[in-house]
Ligand binder design. Sequence first.
Ligand SMILES: *[C@@H]1O[C@H](CO)[C@@H](O)[C@H](O)[C@H]1NC(C)=O
Ligand SMILES: *[C@@H]1O[C@H](CO)[C@@H](O)[C@H](O)[C@H]1NC(C)=O
Ligand SMILES: *[C@@H]1O[C@H](CO)[C@@H](O)[C@H](O)[C@H]1NC(C)=O
Ligand SMILES: *[C@@H]1O[C@H](CO)[C@@H](O)[C@H](O)[C@H]1NC(C)=O
Ligand SMILES: *[C@@H]1O[C@H](CO)[C@@H](O)[C@H](O)[C@H]1NC(C)=O
Length: 200
Amino acid sequence: MLIFYAKYAFIFWFFVGSNQGEMLLMDKISHDKTLLNVTACTQNCLEKGQMDFRSCLKDCRHNETFPGALRKVQENYQMNMICRTESEIVFQIDWVQHSRESEPAPNATYIIRVDAVKDNNKETTLYLSDDNFLILPGLESNSSHNITALAMHGDGSYSLIAKDQTFATLIRCYQPSKMGAVNLLRFVPQPDDLITLLPR
Ligand SMILES: *[C@@H]1O[C@H](CO)[C@@H](O)[C@H](O)[C@H]1NC(C)=O
Ligand SMILES: *[C@@H]1O[C@H](CO)[C@@H](O)[C@H](O)[C@H]1NC(C)=O
Ligand SMILES: *[C@@H]1O[C@H](CO)[C@@H](O)[C@H](O)[C@H]1NC(C)=O
Ligand SMILES: *[C@@H]1O[C@H](CO)[C@@H](O)[C@H](O)[C@H]1NC(C)=O
Ligand SMILES: *[C@@H]1O[C@H](CO)[C@@H](O)[C@H](O)[C@H]1NC(C)=O
């Protein structure tokens, strides 16, 4: 399940050239330690298996009790785009095995940040997901979106999966180009197929 977490809009216009727009943004997001704490708490709560994702998140935002110190670790995750439309981008986050033994993917809650420029403003949207299959909804058509993803575990350790990977949505009413007539250039009969393919 993908849960909308927050949206920030920054008026780029005023800050162009001063670099301040960017700084403001970085402040709000990377230094949002509360987001990381709340996500770790949510994953911890999910592992106890007594509440669903939404209730865990609600409790964690409210209680402000956190499982442990945050620390960055290095794990092998891959983010792959599955498909896109004019308003959605679909991703899957895959866990890549280190060794040959098959270890299961660690439990994680994913933090997804989407950066886009809309009407000269930079807009950042944050989502949390307990699923590694993600459908980002409601995107502008024909525009670039930078995706940053992070996997958070219940003990406060987290891995960066992707940083500012750029993906574009399709133009509105996109249609694949028409397919013309197809000519068969050559046909190599296989001895075994002769019976079924050739008229007797
Ligand atoms: C992952 O979470 C499930 C419950 O959702 C739990 O049973 C399992 O032990 C957890 N695995 C790890 C490695 O923490
Ligand atoms: C939040 O606090 C309530 C009441 O103290 C408790 O029942 C609940 O388990 C807490 N939730 C988490 C995720 O710690
Ligand atoms: C996040 O949790 C840690 C460990 O529980 C705590 O020390 C820290 O103050 C918390 N940070 C924020 C911004 O709440
Ligand atoms: C997206 O990322 C590229 C670099 O990877 C950067 O140049 C661009 O400004 C970013 N766009 C937004 C909207 O954050
Ligand atoms: C899509 O975006 C490109 C680059 O921003 C622009 O040149 C083009 O006109 C747009 N196409 C449509 C159909 O909006």
